[in-house]
Design a binder for this molecule. Sequence first.
Ligand SMILES: [Zn+2]
Length: 439
Amino acid sequence: MSNEINDEVFNIGIVNLSEHDSLIIDLLPSNENRSTILHQLLKGYGLYNPLSSESESFERVKYDYATLVQLLNFHDSGYLVELLKERNWDNYTNDLSKHQSKILDKLKLKKNQIASDRQALSSCSSLEFDADNDDDNDDDDDDSRLEKYGLLHDCPIFPFLPQYVNLTAGTTISATEWLMNQSKDKQNIAINWTGGRHHARKSKASGFCYVNDITLGILNMRRRYKKVGYLDLDLHHGDGVSGSFKFSDRVLTISLHFCDVGFFPGSGVELGDGGGLGKGKGFDWNIPLKKGFSDSSLDWILSNVVLPKLTQFGCDSIVVQCGGDGLCSDTAYSEWNLTIKGYGLAVFKFVKTLKVDCLLLGGGGYNNLETAKLWTFITGLFVNGAEKSLGWNLMPDNIDDEIVNFGEFEFWANDQPSNMQDRNDIEYLNLVSNKFNLS
Ligand SMILES: [Zn+2]
């Protein structure tokens, strides 16, 4: 396998956040510190700075914070007012976790950078909002308004939320800009692990997702590409993205997700063409999966169902959401049984076989270290090929162990599937294939 991979067939652009911007992403309550862990791993394996890397096949994508005009391409203005308004953040520090308080302290030490971020934000805020609610001039948050916009419970307000939102959307939009500006002599791969927030709605936060950077990215890609494929590999249904394009015949969405009674978000339950409407009928596909979903089943479905479907559709670009909550090592869920090796190699093979421009995004994944390893491994596969990346044994020695707090020093230490049975047997896989009507 390695021989055919080391030909530098890819032209790769990676969004690597600055230390300061990583800290802002680290404040996300569901994934505290994950961004910094990821960037330390990318640095440790020589995947952060192309100038100091052995490989010349990648470059860093220059990214910007999203502007209000860009966010308005999808999100509702009233929701954005709520999301982006400056609050008296001192009122929010009591609710912070120990990790978040530490992150905040580090951010406060970086005053100069904060000043420049404020500038970026104020240029965004100074634009006219076309909002029907004008009661946004103070910082006393009224619960009914926050509830309406989904900004309680799993998506609470936290310090630096406006910057978090602008950064999450801005990095994905910048990655799509980079992708669209490349020549066609190689397959172009843009990577933004900061993005992938697939649950956010037009005017509502949902499932740890405040801004739907994926929808914003695909909307931008449609300016250049005729047909965009979207593949969602997160444990949860990609409801926000499929809902965004339900009327479109130019975006084909396919979501693989765990499905069970009461499991969030509760949609995407029916196997086949789920929610496409009007001319979008036939372009919104769900593959609900059962417990124990394994590497071999993932590879089977990508090869026998997803690839032929996207080829039949004729996509000239693909976006892949690589959520890590289906890993066997995930700490919040133990529904699926994927390994980093199996998942990474399946994605690599899939993208390479499809041979179209590709945007790789992150998503869920609640074992922060293992999810960061998954994304580092996938990055390594595209930049350096399989042989070198599979050969990673020891963790890089320059990782801040105060943040990572890992007890083992081997990269693959936790990458062992459990003995859970894969209930997605060959009969079910064939049923999936038949539903897609590919025979
Ligand atoms: Zn998820």
